[in-house]
Write a protein that binds this ligand. Structure first.
Ligand SMILES: NC(=O)c1ccc[n+]([C@@H]2O[C@H](COP(=O)([O-])OP(=O)(O)OC[C@H]3O[C@@H](n4cnc5c(N)ncnc54)[C@H](OP(=O)(O)O)[C@@H]3O)[C@@H](O)[C@H]2O)c1
Length: 278
């Protein structure tokens, strides 16, 4: 059983999903099939992960009604120009084998590429939404000024901003800017790529609660209100990561985890202001 978040367009997303970054293409179908068996009903993929086909196969073979699974994909960095974006979206739908995706995101803002035309890319996303083949559109790795720019150009706010966030990098500036515009935050790398489970404070809180360190970290995210989709290739870990709705952290335990933030030094991924790989 997982909780849900209502997005600013009125649609509903499961707060806990399954991430597929670095799930190899040839293992994607079996890995996602296992995640669906465990109970996950929200899958996060991307054009850049090259595993959309496996994700689609797992969904088709699962026998689970399409509308019971929330599916997200993302526009890859090399396809921001209108024609490329439209064509690559068609390919995404073919690979997923779906006629509708729940959420499609701009993967990275790339402010130093494409003449800095973040607004133009956002307009293409809105055009895609008009076709009815994407229910909701959002962004990923957008900094506060990137959000301001696309909203003032179009008057339309994304439903989510998917950003790096975990105990070592709370990323509260981008979170606050998102919340100001009623944009839900999706925290990628919620386990800090697995490193957070070895942190002594996390382990101490886990032993206080009789839970696993991963569950403590994921529960912290959920209590902050963020949407998460931890990735694992292992069924036991998928099960562990899924079982986070039958306990809670006290305010004091939340504060101890908040104290692990290292600011910019805690960032594990690229800085969106300078990241320019297409
Ligand atoms: N928008 C973006 O730019 C962006 C960037 C990165 C990620 N994402 C999305 O966010 C999702 C999650 O982020 P992520 O995959 O980078 O990192 P993550 O979920 O924080 O961590 C995944 C790592 O933690 C390990 N792990 C998982 N469960 C564990 C547990 N219970 N105990 C110990 N270790 C555990 C996994 O190993 P095993 O697989 O070996 O179990 C893997 O090495 C991605 O899969 C992707 O969907 C988006």
């Amino acid at each position: 059983m997982t909780s849900t978040v209502t997005l600013n367009d009125g649609t509903i997303i499961p707060q806990l999903g399954f991430g597929t970054f670095q799930v190899p293409p040839d293992e994607a179908a079996s890995t996602v099939a296992t995640a669906l068996e465990v109970g996950y009903r929200h899958i996060d993929t991307a054009q850049g992960y090259q595993n959309e086909e496996g994700v689609g196969r797992a969904i088709a073979d699962s026998g689970i009604p399409r509308d019971d699974i929330y599916v997200t994909s993302k526009l890859t960095n090399s396809k921001h120009e209108r024609d490329d974006a439209l064509r690559s979206f068609d390919e995404t739908m073919d690979k997923l084998g779906l006629d509708r995706v729940d959420l499609f995101l701009i993967h990275w803002p790339l402010p130093t590429q494409y003449d800095g035309d973040i607004e133009g890319t956002w307009k293409v996303m809105l055009e895609l939404q008009e076709t009815g083949r994407v229910t909701s559109v959002g962004v990923s790795n957008f900094q506060p000024d990137h959000l301001e720019r696309i909203i003032s150009a179009t008057g339309v706010a994304p439903v989510v901003n998917q950003i790096e966030a975990h105990p070592f990098f709370r990323n509260d500036a981008a979170r606050a800017a998102s919340h100001e515009h009623a944009i839900a935050v999706e925290a990628w790398g919620p386990l800090a790529k697995g490193e957070a489970v070895d942190d002594p404070t996390i382990r101490e809180i886990a032993s206080e609660l009789g839970r696993e360190p991963s569950q403590v970290v994921l529960r912290w995210h959920v209590q902050r209100g963020d949407i998460i989709f931890p990735k694992s290739m292992h069924r036991e870990r998928m099960e562990e990561n899924f079982a986070i709705f039958d306990f809670g952290l006290s305010d004091e335990q939340m504060e101890r985890i908040n104290g692990l933030d290292r600011g910019e030094d805690g960032r594990q991924g690229p800085n969106p202001d300078t990241f320019d790989r297409v």
